[in-house]
Design a protein around this ligand. Sequence first.
Ligand code: PLP
Length: 416
Amino acid sequence: MKPTISKNVSKFKCTKSPVREIMDLANPQFFKQAGLNPTEVISFSGGWVNHESPDELRKAYGDIIQNRQRFHFSGGYPPTIGLTECRNAIVDFEKHIFGQEMNLKPENIAIGCNSSQMTFNLMHIMLSPGDTLLLTDPSYCNYPSQVSAIDGVKIIRFPVLDVAKWRYIADEKTAEFAKFIRSEKPKMILLCAPDNPTSQIPPTEFIKAALEAAVEIGSFLVIDFAYKTLIWNGDVPEYFSWGPTENYVSIHSNSKWCRGLGRRLGWVEAPPEIIEALEAVQGSSILCPDTLHQMALTDYITNGIESNSIIPYIHKTARLYETAAKRTVEAIDKHLKLPCLVPQGGLYTVVHVDAESSEITRRIVENTGVIVVPGWGFGETLKNAVRLSYGPLVHSLDKIDEGMKRIGKFLATCNR
Ligand SMILES: Cc1ncc(COP(=O)(O)O)c(C=O)c1O
């Protein structure tokens, strides 16, 4: 008799997923069906970076691999929440970039395989059945899918986008947000800075008001900093330098800043109680993170701080994405003449196309060979919008113009 998979996963598989929808559109099989030439397809769908990793990081991997003893060591299990040297190095890295006064100690660091896994684990640590998770609207489409694995958790949303004027309005809604937290009493408030999909940075006053309310009602404010170093305009918000407290926890990743997407490693900065909980949960889920990546990152950080090569690398990288962001906004203005948000960091912008997002995305790709991401998965505010990622095109700026030109031509003639 053929066994069945669990009811939960059967249900999950059948739920409409934005990630799966994107994968389907980016599938060569689909290109073939739609009569598209794969070499002419331009994709704005990938949430990934395409700049080079630091040379010094490559060298760090090389040195470990060349050294018989160190290579042997890298094949062993590290402690469940990471190597002590790597936890120390992460503290040095954060202080080097965001200020020596940052209140962060190695005891506040737990390292995991990547930040997606650690977000998933934190949800299990912080939420019980009957609890509420508060997300902004829009917010990263993976959070609702992740939390759906915990039975009986309710998601509530707080809109930070004025859909009529297509403006990010967190700064105008600070008091309302704090009031909403006090009345709805979410157990976990999960924000992202810079944000996916808007590439806006929630203002410090917004975060401070949320934290004050979280302290009052006994909830966790968690910030996902996957894009923390990809910011421009020089102003680093004050909360980028906060250490963890009983109510404030942050999630970090090496995927984006040093192009470690395929050499992933994540970490959480949290009070000791959460670190202990992560140790217990990781012990029975991933067992431990990867040793080689921790060793290379430790060497890179230690040597990079000494030679002062990390900050210039981070600034240079941010400038690349700032240029790509500008080019994207200019191309949208020129060819689409539709409202979009001007990125303050990160890899994305969202465009108000004023048509149901799934349907228009499919028609765009079929008619132009350009892939964008339907907005519905990020929340109600983006149901008539699409997300564009300039991350993969950071070294192919002409493709940004070409992609927008094709979409503009199509939208000018199609019936929306
Ligand atoms: C907001 C956000 N958090 C986390 C991740 C994934 O990070 P990691 O590679 O560390 O799992 C992404 C990836 O696109 C993201 O957009």
